[in-house]
Write a protein that binds this ligand. Structure first.
Ligand code: AMP
Ligand code: FE
Ligand code: FE
Ligand code: ZN
Length: 285
């Protein structure tokens, strides 16, 4: 069994349509794949309709959250949610708020770039996102198309990372509230790439303990952005706190170089997620 529990489609900032992503997953030999677009469940119905036979699809999402340390500015944290009720009203409202935040913040970044002479326009970003959830990768691709940088990675390394003068924050969900919403909707919350230091500051173990008190059920341990020692630390923490352990690629099509299935989840851990998720069921034969 080959199980990848974290992928993105064109519904957010990936480059494969949901149907293409599932075909890619099957061709790569995966048995189970989760679709976890940022802040939306808009890809779920297409995934259910276009699922290739033999492939199990886990409806999920990656929620943009923040942890508020006592003595520092907030830290961005990502929360994976699986098998929740997509119609839970408070959760529906929070996702809509996050998508609005993304629009306002994306526009701020693009306008700051344009004011300094970079050839990017907000209308082009909206067009590139094709009605999906806007993220910095859309701005990155526009910068590549305009010849400003030679790759999406280069755009992040120079103009779009959190240290860039063009970076703008968005008001993401308090992670404890995010966890509570996923649980209230019958879902399974898993802390995504918790020690991915290249993305910015990361939280300490105290935050993970607080997240568990709020209802967190798992940690994403095997992730392309985690070094060996970071994986070992998270694996030990998960054992101490009796958490589910996952592994996934965080596939984004050609917006990243990571292939689908690059990291994987053990079948027993996947079964623990299915057993805990009561908001909806995986799409399977
Ligand atoms: P945003 O959600 O708008 O804050 O943008 C964050 C997203 O950018 C992440 O979900 C990744 O998909 C993507 N990202 C971050 N760093 C990189 C990078 N170095 N290369 C490609 N994509 C990246
Ligand atoms: Fe992303
Ligand atoms: Fe993430
Ligand atoms: Zn992701």
């Amino acid at each position: 069994m080959r199980i990848d529990l974290h992928t993105h489609s064109t519904v957010s900032d990936g480059t494969d349509s949901p149907a293409e992503l599932l075909a890619t997953a099957r061709a790569a030999g995966l048995d189970v794949v989760a679709l976890t677009d940022h802040d939306t469940t808009a890809g779920w119905s297409v995934a259910e309709e276009t699922r290739p036979p033999g492939l199990t699809v886990v409806p999920g999402m990656e929620l943009s959250c923040r942890w508020f340390p006592a003595d520092q500015p907030p830290i961005s944290v990502h929360l994976l949610g699986y098998l929740f009720d997509p119609l839970h009203p408070a959760f529906v409202a929070e996702r809509a708020r996050l998508r609005d935040e993304r629009l306002a913040r994306g526009q701020r970044i693009v306008e700051a770039l344009a004011a300094d002479g970079y050839p990017v326009q907000w209308a082009e970003i909206v067009e590139r996102s094709a009605g999906g959830v806007v993220g910095r990768p859309h701005i990155a691709r526009a910068l590549v198309a305009a010849g400003v940088v030679d790759s999406v990675d280069h755009a992040f390394a120079t103009l779009l990372n959190h240290r860039s003068p063009y970076y703008a924050r968005k008001a993401d969900t308090d992670v404890r509230e995010g966890i509570a919403l996923v649980r209230a909707a019958g879902g399974v919350p898993v802390f995504a790439h918790g020690l991915a230091t290249k993305r910015g500051r990361v939280v300490g173990d105290d935050a993970v303990v607080a997240m568990v008190e709020a209802g967190l059920l798992g940690l994403e341990v095997d992730h392309p952005d985690h070094a060996e020692d970071e994986r070992a630390h998270l694996r030990a923490l998960a054992a101490d706190l009796h958490l589910i352990v996952t592994g996934s690629s965080d596939y984004h099509g050609t917006n990243k170089t990571t292939p689908i299935g690059a990291c994987a989840t053990d079948p027993e851990q996947f079964e623990a997620i299915v057993a805990a998720g009561t908001g909806c069921a995986p799409y399977r034969d």
